[in-house]
Ligand binder design. Structure first.
Ligand code: GAL
Length: 618
């Protein structure tokens, strides 16, 4: 301790790789980084991210959480003490070619601006186990409603109810899947700061609009930012509980105070949730410094501005989740700021940045810190870019087209319309697989999308220098699917396949194993682990409604027998937490020269039939 600050030092081995510290857009392996963990929009100073989670995981198979809502300073192997037990070799710049300005050090240091802090160490033995233990410690992962894993489209901000309904109909007419539609600031009478009231001209009859939408098998998600507009009914009620500063002239309610939470959730309930709104997009809780409150702001609960900044996104996620729980309905929404402990909250991070490679890197980094991320699609310069982005987003936690300002639709690029429809339909087909992956997140803490250091067979493949080339541009979804996105302009790319054999998702042919392979732009860059079973539904436009039965095609890939535990529940309520859920084991075994599919135990009640399809000949 130094006065009011605490410094922490953790040993760092020479061969040890460190991952984590939140939703970094710039790098995955953090050795050599100097970070200030601070909630912010993307970019700029290292450590400033939408989710500056103070958790890291080591390639040696342990994880560490510094349980603090302060801005933390972190030095990852950059600071050498005089008494260091394992200093780097002493070199001479005049003679040694290996001399470096930044030699590695044998410690990871954290400065906490508080007189004490809880530090939790999570055991392995693998890095994935350490992450799982962290996720389980914070309550397990979230299990979205089934519809949350379908496709979502956000309509232009000034659309009227009639325009939204017409757009939804066009999805249906053209055969593009859609499960929920997002209304942007224009659903409110005023925004930035927000009135939290429906606009009487664009949405004269909210209840009628929502019922009509429901009739088309589609739900609504409402955009909001939390800054409350003077003159609105909420403003009068919340003003006594607001901080000293404004954002866009709106007040900043202090949701540490229970009365403030009750007022806000009561309002959201009456004006949205009870009418059937299925979720929210919680915008602008991260902030650029230039429009959020300064660190000198004060709040009535006594928490200081720094603590409120680091946790504001978390607080609103929790408040919305509690509201839906009170209705025994699951929600799935979007948020722009989060922090440690968010895993159990059903929200996916997004932002305004729009680099496809950075979006994929964020997808990889999200898996180390218990948050979810969507590489949303908004617009593109070419049909090729459009297709590549759509392919990536359809293999992410939230398949979203955010057309709030671009007005794009999935069919905006006719030259790739067919391929885009196909990958969107595939997203729907993969429902049982994705839903099961999320159930494992919920119950076992396994992130549904994972960076390669959390994938079996990666730590032992190739040498460290080769592995490091593939940390930020390929990932797995569930246990079986490896996705290696192609970016616009790429005719081919290399993929590092972990140990074991890997097969092409579409053809079932062997692609390679334990090696770097080149793949071309004419294939869907998705590969399947040997012996994996992948359950699919038939192509459809909406996820199955509660109680609806559906047929399953279970694909088996590769040359090894395999088994898979399929999860199911009602898809919408919390009955699963009360035990109403099933896990069914599906197996594929050899039967002489052929394969045979077996279902162990009773088929889940919602499955109308199961057909096995053997993608790779024995
Ligand atoms: C931005 C947000 C966009 C969109 C827009 C509406 O802050 O990131 O996705 O919602 O606000 O004004």
């Amino acid at each position: 301790m130094h006065g009011t600050r605490t410094s922490l030092r953790f040993p760092l081995g020479r061969d040890e790789d460190i991952y984590g510290f939140g939703l970094d857009f710039q790098r995955v392996r953090q050795n050599g980084s100097i970070l200030r963990l601070h909630v912010d929009h993307w970019g700029g100073r290292p450590g400033r991210t939408h989710a500056p989670v103070p958790f890291w995981v080591s390639s040696r198979g342990y994880g560490v959480l510094v349980d603090s809502a302060r801005y933390l300073d972190v030095w990852v192997g950059t600071s050498l003490r005089r008494d260091a037990p394992d200093p780097p070799p002493l070199l001479d710049r005049n003679r040694d070619r290996n001399w470096q300005a930044q030699p590695s050090s044998d410690s990871l240091d954290v400065l906490v601006p508080a007189p004490g802090v809880d530090v939790l160490v999570f055991g392995g033995p693998t890095p994935l186990d350490a992450v799982r233990r962290f996720v389980l410690y914070t309550g397990g992962g979230c299990l979205p409603p089934r519809w949350g894993l379908g496709f979502t489209h956000r309509t232009p901000t000034s659309y009227t109810a009639a325009q939204v309904l017409a757009e939804v109909e066009e999805f249906e007419r053209r055969g593009f899947p859609l499960d929920f539609v997002g209304l942007e600031p224009g659903w409110q009478s005023h925004s930035y700061p927000c009135s939290f009231e429906w606009d009487p001209e664009r949405f004269p009859e909210p209840q009628g609009f929502l019922t009509a939408l429901h009739g088309k098998g589609v739900r609504a998600n409402l955009w909001l930012n939390p800054y409350v507009r003077p003159g609105s009914t909420l403003h009068a009620e919340l003003a006594p509980y607001a901080g000293s500063h404004c954002v866009w002239n709106g007040i900043v309610p202090d949701y540490e105070i229970a009365a403030a939470r009750e007022i806000f959730t009561g309002h959201l309930d009456r004006h949205a949730v009870s009418l059937g709104v299925a979720g929210f997009k919680i915008d602008e809780v991260d902030g650029f410094d230039s429009w959020l409150w300064p660190d000198t702001a004060t709040f009535p609960s006594g928490l200081d501005a720094e603590q409120i900044r680091q946790t504001y996104g978390l607080r609103i996620q929790r408040l919305v989740d509690d509201l839906y729980r009170a209705h025994d309905r699951r929600t799935y929404g979007l948020v722009r700021a989060s922090n440690a402990g968010a895993s159990r909250l059903p929200f996916v991070l997004y932002n305004d940045h729009y680099s496809h490679p950075d979006f994929v890197r964020a997808l990889c980094n999200s898996s180390f810190c218990g948050v979810l991320w969507t590489p949303e699609v908004r617009e593109s310069r070419t049909g090729e870019e459009w297709l590549r982005r759509m392919q990536t987003v359809c293999f992410s936690p939230l398949a979203m087209l955010n057309a709030w300002s671009s007005g794009t639709r999935p069919w905006s690029f006719p030259e790739v319309e067919e391929q885009v429809r196909e990958v969107m339909l595939l997203r729907l087909q993969l429902q049982p697989y994705l839903y099961t992956a999320f159930a494992r997140y919920r119950f076992e803490g396994v992130p549904p999308v994972r960076a390669m250091p959390l994938v079996e067979g990666f730590a032992t493949v190739a040498d460290a220098a080769v592995r490091r080339r593939f940390l930020d541009d390929q990932f797995v979804v569930g246990d079986a699917l490896l996705v290696a996105p192609l970016f616009a302009g790429q005719k081919k790319r290399s993929v590092l396949l972990p140990e074991g054999d890997w097969f092409d998702f579409v053809t079932g042919a062997r692609v390679g194993g334990g090696e770097v392979v080149e793949v071309g732009s004419d294939t869907l860059p998705v590969f399947v682990r040997d012996g994996a079973l992948v359950p699919l539904m038939l192509p459809r436009l909406h996820t199955p409604a509660a109680g609806e039965r559906f047929a399953l095609e279970v694909r088996h890939y590769g040359r090894r027998p395999g088994s898979y535990r399929l999860y199911d529940d009602d898809g919408e309520t919390f009955a699963y937490e009360r035990g109403e859920r099933t896990w069914t084991t599906l197996r594929v075994e050899r039967d002489g020269d052929a394969w045979r599919g077996v279902v162990d135990g009773p088929e889940p009640p919602r499955i109308a039939s199961i057909r096995f399809r053997f993608m790779t000949p024995p």
